[in-house]
Design a protein around this ligand. Structure first.
Ligand SMILES: [Zn+2]
Length: 297
């Protein structure tokens, strides 16, 4: 699953292989926008959050977004590809390398001067991996989030707030800050917003150059909750849970024991309180269900 740091590493590899080199073949079957001319050279490779942009010296910029499924691979000529050819959305060949974007849902090009199509034109939040990113600006965007009923876990993935956070970091950041994933944004105070942003930036930046993502150095495997459902939380000993959340049903790992910050106020349910206060004996249960039936009648 590509996150900001994965895209950053892809960009670094692509930069090393492609920048300054002449393109001998460019193929993108479902491309939206103009193709770079044959024998154009690659001028730059940039990542911005999960967006990757390759600029050619004829002014064409190729923009790809990987969402959940996509990945850039680099191959030598003659080397066997790790994915099937029909999944290739972009193929860029130079004399030495073949760069392939597999399964990228967004592949488009635009001319450099046409800022109206530019994905950065006011929509994306600051890129957390950049040292000059304004983290207070991100915290302000989070605090003034335009959907107050949305959960904090959803808001963290909204690239308009800040870019670079994917699902792994989302889970790890919420755990590190002890925040309940289902907390509605209207319950999240400014200080917590800043804490979430600073923690996110710290984790992303610490992992830029490392092959294995580590957000909790004290936990075997390096992650505190992600992928650890059913195991004990190292902070409180409670059992880590896995739940699906949101439209895309992203998997959310969290600890109900210590992620209680900004916890949503539970719906009041009297019948459940009566049941819990009563003896679990079958006769007791019968008594309780009678009460509930009479109350609702
Ligand atoms: Zn815990």
């Amino acid at each position: 699953m590509p996150e900001g740091d994965t895209i950053y590493r892809s960009a670094a590899a692509l930069r090393t292989a492609l920048v300054g080199k002449t393109v001998t073949r460019f193929e993108a079957e479902r491309l939206t926008g103009p193709s770079p001319r044959v024998h154009a050279a690659v001028e730059s490779v940039d990542s911005h959050g999960k967006h990757l942009e390759i600029t050619f010296d004829d002014g064409i910029v190729l923009h790809t977004h990987m969402r959940i499924t996509g990945a850039w691979h680099l191959y030598r000529h003659g080397q066997k590809w790790k994915k099937r050819r029909h999944l290739a959305r972009v193929i860029i060949e130079t004399e030495e390398w073949i760069a392939v974007a597999f399964s990228a849902p967004i592949v488009e090009t635009y001319r450099e001067l046409d800022q109206s199509r530019h994905p950065r034109a006011g929509r994306l939040g600051p890129d957390l991996i950049r040292a000059d990113a304004d983290l207070h600006e991100c915290a302000a965007r989070l605090f003034h989030y335009d959907k107050p009923e949305a959960t904090v876990a959803e808001a963290l993935l909204d690239q308009r707030v800040m870019s670079g956070i994917g699902n792994v970091y989302r889970c790890e950041v919420l755990w590190a800050c002890g925040v309940h994933p289902w907390a509605p944004m209207k319950n999240v105070p400014q200080s917590t917003c800043l804490d979430l942003v600073l923690t996110s930036a710290g984790m992303l930046r610490a992992n830029l150059e490392t092959p294995v993502r580590i957000t909790a150095p004290d936990v075997p495997g390096g992650l505190a909750v992600y992928g650890r459902n059913g195991q004990k939380c190292v902070r409180c000993g409670d059992i880590i849970r896995l739940q699906k959340m949101g439209e895309m049903a992203r998997l959310l790992y969290w600890c109900p024991g210590c992620q209680t910050g900004c916890e949503p106020y539970p719906e009041r349910d009297d019948s459940d309180e009566i049941a819990r206060a009563t003896d679990p004996h079958p006769a007791g249960s019968q008594f309780v269900s009678d009460i509930i039936r009479h109350r609702s009648a």
